[in-house]
Design a protein around this ligand. Structure first.
Ligand code: B12
Ligand code: SF4
Length: 458
């Protein structure tokens, strides 16, 4: 039996951070509890005092696990979170040294997995986990001394309890997050890597080795009942793409309908293909809050360059089905990807103006370049250089094109303010120069590689 503190670094107060219920860390905690380890989850939303008073850290723990969910808010106007993590972990380390304690320090979480080598060094963890954490953490705790000062990351592996164990969250933690307006909690239905290969997306890497487990429906039902009983009314199914396997997705939707939990709504990331009439009908009956699709561009050429396996005609059909069944939709578009030019912005804007209703567009500008993605490979930038918010280069007139082309109804005051903040931040960002050897093989049409907030502003 080991004594383990699990710290939710995603609950630190940081500009641009809006903490959400820590389901990843709860999965790890649940697995450890079931194996008779003694755990305590430290969450600074639940216990703000734990931020200053580090007495929890100096209890005689055998290990302290830190979860890192986000590296930055993926918004050009926001700074990254890594410095905040560094400052906090340093304080913990000082408190431990002063108390003569030396627990094993372990890192994990989706953000951590992306930059595991960089964060391991910067945060001084003994060991880190890339991907699913339950089994890896059990392995580490079975022989902690083997990992002391190991200075390396291990790859998470399948956890069989995902298929058998009911994940029941502690009441107090649930109540903490219920207090937020529009409180929403994540629910996992599957452990399966996404089959698509969008050039900016690291999901396949983060999900790591997994066996494609589909959670049994009775476990999902019990989780949903407990969530509902705690007062939370909004659920987000956390799959990369909820309907990539349509048959299973339909079963989950039927389950939500059959459970008929008063006031419960849900959402997820959807793909326009596969998406048939029967699915739309089931969704309509299930109180889905909205169907979020992410074509990211509405210009077929750019969609292809982004690696999308569907085109605007599939978006058309999906929207048409949703409309016919009265299902609210959200369409995510990120301007400024590979191949984005005057023409593609015009095409996307024309599509949006003519086919989307008010409130249906979710718009961003700029693609955050993340390690282990096609985009990072295209730019050939080392992972070390990507830790600070780094974006794919785009044409300086991009913002003007969008304003010229997009109907003002898609730019309500809140969107416009953020848009302006992003525009002025982008102007102040460092333009990372192309390395000399790469000039000829420039992957972009720009004389620089990327926009970065990490390097000193010029
Ligand atoms: C679902 C999801 C959402 C949902 C969350 C719904 C909810 N209420 O939970 C929504 C749509 C709201 C959302 C929003 C955002 N998200 Co999001 N989201 C995801 C997604 C697809 C799944 C995350 C998830 O819940 N997985 C299921 C849980 C169980 O897994 P897990 O958290 O990874 O935990 C496992 C392991 O990481 C590990 N582990 C976790 N903690 C620890 C600790 C230790 C010690 C160890 C050893 C292991 C370990 O073990 C766990 C169990 O196996 C991921 C991508 C992905 N495939 O991971 C992006 C992702 C996490 N999101 C990301 C981001 C950036 C955001 C936003 C900032 C986007 C934005 N600009 O709005 C916001 C911020 C939300 C917030 N307030 O924190 C990034 C984070 C990395 C980064 N780039 O910084 C990711 C990786 C996607 C990406 N584009 O890169 N998101
Ligand atoms: S479809 Fe979604 S989860 Fe899959 S690779 Fe593309 S962006 Fe990532």
């Amino acid at each position: 039996m080991a004594r383990v503190a699990l710290v939710n670094l995603a609950s630190l107060p940081m500009p641009g951070n809006e903490p959400i219920f820590p389901i990843g860390l709860r999965c790890v905690q649940d697995a450890l509890d079931r194996a008779d380890h003694r755990t305590r989850l430290i969450d600074f939303v639940e216990d703000p005092g734990a931020l200053e008073d580090l007495s929890w850290a100096t209890e005689p723990w055998d290990a302290i696990g830190f979860t890192i969910r986000n590296i930055d808010p993926i918004d050009m106007s926001c700074d990254g979170h890594v410095e905040h993590y560094e400052a906090f972990v340093n304080r913990v380390r000082q408190a431990l040294a002063a108390a003569g304690q030396n627990p094993l320090l372990v890192g994990g979480g989706p953000g951590y997995s992306l930059f595991a080598d960089q964060l391991l060094a910067r945060l001084g963890f003994d060991v880190g986990v890339v991907g699913p954490g339950e089994q890896a953490m059990l392995d580490i705790l079975s022989d902690p001394e083997r990992y002391r000062e190991a200075g390396r990351n291990i790859t998470g592996r399948r956890y069989s309890g995902f298929m058998t164990d009911l994940l029941q969250h502690p009441k107090s933690l649930m109540e903490t997050y219920t207090k937020f307006e529009d409180a929403m909690i994540g629910v996992e239905t599957r452990r399966k890597t996404c089959y698509q290969g969008c050039v900016y997306c690291p999901y396949a890497y983060i999900s790591g080795e997994n066996s494609g487990d589909l959670k049994p429906l009775d476990l999902i039902a019990s989780e949903l009942r407990a969530i509902h009983a705690s007062g939370i009314r909004r659920v987000f199914f956390t799959d990369g793409i909820f309907n990539s396997e349509l048959r299973y997705a339909k079963e989950v939707v039927r389950l939500v309908t059959d459970l008929n939990l008063p006031g419960l709504t849900w959402s997820a990331y959807f793909t326009p293909k596969p998406f048939d009439d029967e699915f739309a009908e089931l969704l309509a009956g299930s109180k889905v809050e909205f169907v979020v699709i992410s074509p990211d561009s509405l210009d077929d050429r750019v969609m292809k360059l982004l690696g999308k396996t569907f085109g605007t005609r599939h978006v058309d059909r999906c929207l048409e089905r949703c409309r016919r069944h009265g299902i609210p939709t959200r369409v995510s578009v990120v301007f400024g990807g590979p191949g984005e030019d005057r023409e593609s912005v015009r095409n996307s804007a024309q599509y949006i103006n003519s086919r989307l209703e008010d409130g249906e567009l979710v718009m961003h500008v700029g693609y955050r370049v993340l390690p282990q993605t096609g985009m990072a490979r295209q730019l050939n930038m080392p992972d070390d250089d990507l830790v600070g918010p780094t974006f794919y280069p785009f044409h300086p007139d991009l913002f003007s094109w969008i304003i010229q082309d997009l109907d003002s109804r898609f730019m309500p005051a809140k969107v416009l303010i953020n848009f302006m903040a992003v525009r002025s931040s982008s102007k102040r960002m460092t333009k990372v120069p192309l390395p000399a050897g790469l000039q000829d093989a420039a992957p972009t049409e720009f004389p620089y590689l990327a926009l970065s907030r990490q390097l000193p502003l010029v």
